[in-house]
Design a protein around this ligand. Structure first.
Ligand SMILES: [Zn+2]
Ligand SMILES: [Zn+2]
Length: 262
């Protein structure tokens, strides 16, 4: 199984729009380090048969797929309905054209309702003609459910994300857990014995809706993944500083990073 981190930034990306000269707000991140340029968080999981599952459709989706040289995906899993994870849904039209079919999407009931309210037109049945809009086939999934999609089988993991629930997934010995600040014991048990764990870690200091460094290290001490990769990082997470300060087995992700897991 091959996993590509399409993006590993927080909701505003790095750099954030702004700055005295318009060059962006970099926070603690060194602008000369290319791995500090972070688009909004999303991954692609490619199974052994070459089919791919996209996790989330953030506003950077088009440029992410082009940069990663990924020409098609065969299903989408949504973690939650925040804009940095759904606002690029319209870019799925290009995928419809490549695969010449409606695209299956999976989300929990709350996220699907939000998508139906914000993107009602993509849920209209396809008339078999050209794709002048995205066309999706919705599948509601629930926490602790096992889902089969585009040749992959994965468990849906429940998470707390501030005031809402978000979803993670475990596929084989790989798991993706972004936009989370608390796991119940059942989810922590489901994350045991991982080979590779990609986990959201927004900053150094505590945050009301996202994990921070000390918290993800506490989780790691309990579930003991072989390799842990941080994602959804904000502007105080300088790549090289993190490489120096994180313990062996934990590393910051970067846009375009490719991971192999089983
Ligand atoms: Zn987010
Ligand atoms: Zn979020």
């Amino acid at each position: 199984m091959k996993i590509t981190l399409l993006g590993c930034g927080g909701s505003a990306g790095v750099p954030m729009v702004g700055g005295d000269d318009g060059a962006g707000v970099w926070g603690q991140c060194d602008p000369s380090e290319p791995r500090n340029i972070r688009s909004r968080s999303s991954i692609v999981i490619e199974g052994d048969d070459g089919r791919r599952l996209l996790v989330d459709t953030g506003p950077d989706l088009r440029s992410q797929l082009l940069s990663a040289r990924i020409s098609a995906v065969h299903g989408v899993f949504y973690t939650h309905p925040h804009s940095d994870h759904v606002a690029g849904l319209d870019e799925l039209r290009a995928i419809n054209r490549v695969i010449d079919a409606p695209l299956p999407i999976a989300a929990n009931a709350e996220t699907m309702a939000e998508l139906q309210s914000r993107f009602a037109y993509v849920f209209q049945p396809w008339n078999g003609e050209g794709f002048y809009r995205p066309v999706v086939e919705p599948q509601i999934v629930a926490e602790r459910q096992f889902v089969a999609m585009c040749g992959l089988g994965f468990s849906v993991l429940g998470q707390r994300h501030g005031r809402i629930r978000s979803l993670g997934l475990r596929c084989g010995d790989f798991a993706y857990s972004t936009d989370v600040d608390f796991f119940d014991d059942g989810t922590l048990d489901a994350l045991a014995n991982l080979d590779t764990w990609v986990v959201g870690c927004f900053q150094h200091d505590p945050h009301p809706a996202h994990a921070w460094i000390d918290l993800v290290l506490e989780w790691r001490a309990r579930i003991r993944p072989r390799r842990m990769v941080l994602t959804h990082m904000g502007p105080d997470m300088d790549y090289r500083t993190l490489c120096d300060e994180l313990p062996e087995g934990v590393e910051p992700g970067f846009d375009g990073m490719v991971l192999e897991s089983h």
